[in-house]
Write a protein that binds this ligand. Structure first.
Ligand SMILES: [Zn+2]
Length: 233
């Protein structure tokens, strides 16, 4: 009897507050789910987080000293993953970021390569940009990670001093000159001798992560790892 009532209450709830898959719109998913199983199976997973010397680690090789790095998915244009990232970055959808963070957190948890991480740090946005968007999308992903992988997150330990767009068309050395001095660590003592996992939504050139990582690596005894939702090939 109770089950029947529960079933009708759920059906009524669905009728009053329609809830569909954020990607394909299918309306047969529960209130707790964000995308349907069919769409979930289409996530272009990389399996890089498990894999030493993977293509994301190669992006940073010879640039900064990384303990482990990886990305959950390949970034492909016009894909459902791009749709979710657009929802997160430009359509004010925290739910998309939390969902992607959950998936990334499950992947991080399932490999021992990130076991020793002490703190998660989302790549900081310039305060002006964060104010305009209303949030830092990397911090929302971080919250999603934390929901399934219980590591503390620090959002005020590093600040972004200069608002630049990543210069993808420039060569590496001039890009590095542009990126130097952009980030400032405000709580170096807190990070001393810790393993930091720096996270972002998408890795393209890796220039911002490299600049922020270099600032973190100035702290004595620190170890640095990097993880993102997507990786552009
Ligand atoms: Zn769907």
């Amino acid at each position: 009897m109770q089950r029947t009532i529960q079933y009708y209450l759920q059906a009524l709830n669905h009728l009053l507050y329609p809830h569909g898959c954020a990607v394909c719109g299918a309306d047969y998913i529960s209130q707790q789910e964000f995308i349907c199983i069919k769409c979930k199976h289409q996530l272009p997973l990389t399996r890089f987080l498990h894999l030493p010397n993977n293509p994301v680690e190669k992006v940073f090789a010879g640039r900064i000293n990384i303990h482990a790095a990886g990305a959950l998915c390949y970034f492909t244009k016009q894909s459902m993953l791009q749709h979710l990232l657009v929802l997160l970055k430009y359509k004010n959808s925290r739910a998309a970021g939390l969902y992607l963070g959950n998936q990334l957190g499950e992947a991080l948890k399932s490999t021992d390569r990130f076991n020793t991480v002490d703190y998660i740090i989302p790549l900081p946005l310039h305060p002006k940009k964060e104010y305009a968007r209303g949030y830092n999308q990397a911090a929302i992903i971080g919250e999603g990670i934390q929901a399934v992988w219980h590591k503390p997150m620090l959002t005020n330990s590093i600040i972004r001093l200069i608002n630049t767009n990543t210069q993808t068309h420039e060569n590496r050395s001039s890009r590095w000159q542009n990126m130097e001095g952009i980030f400032h660590v405000t709580q170096p003592n807190l990070l001393r001798n810790k393993h930091i996992l720096l996270i972002d939504d998408v890795i393209t050139t890796g220039a911002s992560l490299e600049a922020c990582g270099a600032a973190i690596l100035q702290i004595p005894g620190v170890q640095l790892s990097i993880a993102s939702v997507a990786f552009t090939i």
